[in-house]
Design a binder for this molecule. Structure first.
Ligand code: SF4
Ligand code: SF4
Length: 326
């Protein structure tokens, strides 16, 4: 794993822990029993009770709604989309607790079947980008399936703690005294998430997640935003490579494509790292790099420098690992 990917895993792991424990430490949760948000240990109310009791007038109530609902939402959205507009789906690739599950399960499914997802038609190359063997063994399914189930259960319990007091949820769980509704919520959410983690994890990120979609839309409005750039003029250097960049992509994108076709890119950089490794003995280095500004204008395809067909028509030659492993 490259230092870049180690750093990303560190961010993802830390955010996953935060996702699980934010309700426990009252950093953020909506308490259905009290009917309001709790933010950093403080109740985040609109003052509806005070209004109904006549302690505040409707002007104060309107001001509360403005300052405690609209202003925070607009501010958060502006910062979040501002980051996405400049750097793309950084939240997805570096923080999102769903994407960490996607990548973890992808790795195990790849070890079990040679493919990162059951929807891939063909297995990937039997080598890693550095030439070491990438052997698959069906017994990894015994790890992949229980892990998907474990993640689904963890997620379901964590989601419930965002709605009910965590001490009650974990206490009831620990003592086996969940109420009917709590058990129903955890059971149904675990089942749905298990199916999603097993069959449609990257498809959810790519087509169904509103958070990802809005980041992508903001990113697409900025033609100079950071993007994975491909040195097309060096396409011949790809001839001896098994398209490792394609196989590395957890979103199952083709990283040499134009930006429009990379709409769901999560800026994880795995394609770039794969190419760096493949081309490590090439004095010109990787064909894929982060680019932005003027360079990025070429990558968005509007100037006709890159075409889908050009990537599809890449000459196919027999793969020779750069470093043979005995
Ligand atoms: S861009 Fe790099 S990793 Fe992708 S096919 Fe070309 S040489 Fe291989
Ligand atoms: S195209 Fe590259 S940076 Fe984007 S999601 Fe795929 S591997 Fe990550």
């Amino acid at each position: 794993m490259t230092p870049f990917q180690r750093l990303r895993v560190l961010y993802q792991g830390s955010f996953f822990v935060l996702f699980l424990f934010a309700p426990v430490f009252d950093l953020l949760r909506f308490d259905l029993t009290q009917g309001h948000l709790i933010v950093f240990g403080q109740p985040w109310t609109l003052g509806l009770d005070d209004y109904l009791a006549g302690r505040i007038d409707y002007q104060q109530m309107s001001l509360n709604i403005l300052l405690r609902v609209f202003v925070p939402i607009l501010l958060l959205a502006a910062v979040f989309l501002g980051i996405a507009r400049r750097w793309g789906r950084l939240y997805c690739g570096w923080l999102c607790p769903h994407f960490s599950v996607v990548e973890t399960i992808n790795q195990l499914v790849r070890k079990a079947s040679g493919k990162p997802s059951i929807w891939d038609k063909k297995p990937g190359p039997p080598y890693h980008p550095d030439g070491t063997p990438a052997l698959s063994d069906w017994r990894y399914w015994w790890l992949a399936i229980p892990l998907a189930l474990g993640f689904a259960f963890l997620w379901a319990v964590a989601l419930l703690t965002y709605l009910l007091p965590p001490t009650e949820v974990y206490g009831n769980l620990f003592h086996g005294t969940l109420t009917r509704n709590q058990a129903l919520f955890i059971g149904v959410a675990t089942l749905v998430l298990f199916l999603e983690f097993t069959f449609a994890r990257h498809l959810f990120c790519r087509y169904a997640c509103a958070v990802g979609m809005f980041q992508s839309l903001a990113w697409m409005t900025n033609r100079q935003a950071m993007v994975v750039g491909y040195q097309r003029e060096r396409a011949r250097d790809c001839a001896s490579c098994e398209s490792f960049c394609d196989h590395a992509c957890p979103m199952r994108l083709k990283p040499r494509n134009i930006k429009r076709l990379m709409f769901a890119c999560t800026q994880c950089g795995q394609c770039i790292d794969a190419c760096h490794t493949v081309q490590r003995d090439n004095p010109q280095g990787s064909l894929l790099q982060w680019i932005d500004g003027q360079q990025a204008l070429q990558a968005d395809g509007s100037q006709g420098l890159l075409t889908d067909q050009a990537v599809v028509d890449k000459p196919k030659v027999e793969y020779r690992p750069l470093k043979s492993v005995v």
